[in-house]
Design a protein around this ligand. Structure first.
Ligand code: HXC
Length: 519
């Protein structure tokens, strides 16, 4: 064989590998509205940047006559490419090869790029589309999963890890995505569950469809397992590119600073009027977010889950910032179990990856009731407190309106090492709202009054006195718990200046093996 023949052979082998499980299975994949693994990667990374590794790897299984059926690449495409010129490592399971099922060799391939990503310090993006452990391989497939899990765990907080679920993801296979930082699901074709509908029916008698058990709607709104729900794969891949743009490559780097053409001293007069005079009237905190961030761009995480708190990424003066905001438009912005967990995890991600935090506070307190107590609001609330208190990244807090009780302490208060704590003139910072306070403080006096009109007048008088004393930011400001009361229209400028000032912030936590966050 001369050199020309050898090169021709190489090209043939490559072309064979690129066909995955063959044309018929590729057509089936397309007919289901799904792209192939390679099509997905090509759309995800910059044009021409993808370098595939291990395309000649085949499985080594000999059970059930498996040695007669081998496909080059063995059901997963791995390699590296760039997104906006920055390196990412990618794996995409190829459903056309044994249903993307995980073999010993597939696991080795995935582990290879995870190890490379850790060495180089670059994000890992996994595209999941798999029937789970390769049944013919048995225990070696299980060991393969565990190898991946261990790497997910060690990579956590070192390089960003993103999981796209573009097909089945069932059984123990769900735990690799679950160990990563972000999960995305497509509305059609994707599902995740520990046990499928048939097993559910056998064990519990419950009749349930695949979608109702583990579809994108369920996981993005009810369980919170999925951070992003997208209509289709193309939208999902573009969203991953956007997400990556807000993130640093690893925990030793800062997120990239982008050029900011939006004036940093832009005044937003409408903000002076946005908070309703009546404290019981809602407003949409996202309107405030869009007004103050660069170019009104905000990538919301967990958009459909625990909507009483809003979290996501934006930029201020070109710098990536993680935003946490109570949402008065939903359950009055109260903190409950789900909202606490959602925000805590986001804060910990930002802190791990040097992304500063902006907190916008309008919180009436923790949600009362047996439902929340039985669900462990004490534990979940403590997670949020822990996440804020432990975070060493720059922390800027703006209190827009209510900031009551324990929720005041939790939401990035000065005492949890908030760096700059500002308040709008509409802020109300107190132990509790006027109504509750008067019931406790004046109950005895109120009960003594027999005439109803007189009683109402007395309650109103005491409520007015309480509101005059506490429904404002000045008592907190008089103690220095609030650094300044700012005019709402200046908010963007004040936030940007605060973050610029904090660029050289250095705070470390006491040396320890690791903390014991109340999980
Ligand atoms: C080997 C598999 C496979 C698997 C699918 N295939 N799953 N091969 N191991 N786990 C193969 C099929 O034989 C078929 O091969 C091809 O992939 C496509 O599968 P279809 O069934 O034709 O596709 P579809 O109708 O779309 O159904 C997809 C599916 C179904 C719902 C995922 O294939 C399925 O139920 N698979 C088994 C799922 C499962 O129970 N996995 C084990 C879970 S336990 P051909 O040659 O016809 O193309 C587990 C433990 C992990 O994963 C523990 C980790 C700790």
């Amino acid at each position: 064989m001369n050199n020309q023949d050898k090169i021709r052979k190489l090209i043939e082998l490559r072309n064979e590998a690129r066909m995955g499980g063959g044309e018929v299975r590729i057509d089936k994949q397309h007919a289901q509205g799904k792209m192939t693994a390679r099509e997905r990667i090509e759309m995800l990374v910059d044009d021409g940047s993808f370098e595939e590794l291990d395309m000649f790897v085949t499985h080594r299984c000999t059970n059930f006559g498996m040695e007669k059926t081998k496909f080059k690449g063995d059901g997963v495409v791995i390699g590296h490419g760039t997104i906006d010129g920055r390196v990412v490592y990618v794996y995409a399971q190829d459903f056309t090869v044994f249903g993307g099922s995980l073999s010993e060799t597939m696991a080795q391939k995935i582990c290879k790029i995870m190890d490379m990503a850790m060495k180089v310090g670059a994000p890992v993006i996994g595209i999941n589309d798999s029937g789970g452990a390769r049944i013919q391989e048995g225990v070696t497939a299980l060991a393969g999963y565990a190898e991946i899990f261990e790497r997910n765990i060690l990579a956590s907080g070192v390089v960003p890890q993103i999981s796209a679920i573009f097909g089945p993801c069932a059984g123990g296979a769900v735990y690799s995505p679950a160990l990563t930082d972000f999960i995305m699901m497509t509305e059609e074709n994707s599902y995740m569950f520990v046990t499928g509908p048939k097993v559910v029916k056998t064990v519990t008698g419950e009749n349930i469809t695949v979608d109702d058990l583990g579809g994108a709607n369920v996981h993005s709104s009810k369980s919170g397992v999925s951070h992003f729900k997208v209509e289709n794969e193309e939208e999902g891949l573009m969203m991953i590119r956007k997400l990556v743009s807000y993130l640093p490559q690893n925990n030793f780097e800062e997120a990239p600073l982008t050029e900011c053409t939006d004036p940093i001293d832009r005044l937003e007069d409408n903000l002076n009027e946005i908070v309703p005079a009546n404290p019981n009237m809602p407003y949409d905190v996202k309107d405030i977010i869009y007004s103050i961030v660069d170019d009104s761009e905000f990538l919301e995480i967990h958009q459909h889950y625990a909507r009483n708190i809003v979290v996501g990424f934006s930029r201020f003066g070109g710098q990536s910032v993680g935003i946490i905001a109570n949402q008065p438009n939903f359950l009055a912005g109260v903190l409950d179990c789900d909202a606490s967990r959602k925000a805590a995890r986001f804060i910990r991600f930002c802190d791990a990856f040097n992304i500063p935090l902006l907190t916008l506070v309008d919180v009436p307190g923790f949600l009362p009731g047996s439902g929340q107590e039985y669900a462990g609001i004490i534990n979940h609330g403590a997670k949020l407190m822990f996440a804020y208190g432990e975070a060493t990244v720059p922390k800027v807090t703006v209190t827009l309106r209510k900031s009551y009780g324990g929720a005041h302490c939790v939401m990035s208060s000065k005492q949890l090492r908030g760096d700059f704590n500002y308040a709008w003139p509409s802020a109300e910072i107190a132990v509790m709202g006027a109504k509750g306070a008067i019931e406790v403080l004046e109950g005895r006096n109120v009960r003594k009054i027999e005439d109803d009109t007189e009683k109402a007048e007395y309650i109103q008088k005491k409520t007015d006195e309480y509101e005059d004393a506490f429904a404002n930011p000045y008592q907190a400001a008089s103690y220095g718990y609030i650094d300044d009361v700012i005019e709402p229209r200046n908010t963007r400028f004040r936030i940007i200046r605060a973050f610029q000032n904090l660029q050289t912030k250095k705070v470390t936590n006491p040396l320890k093996k690791h903390s014991n966050i109340p999980l």
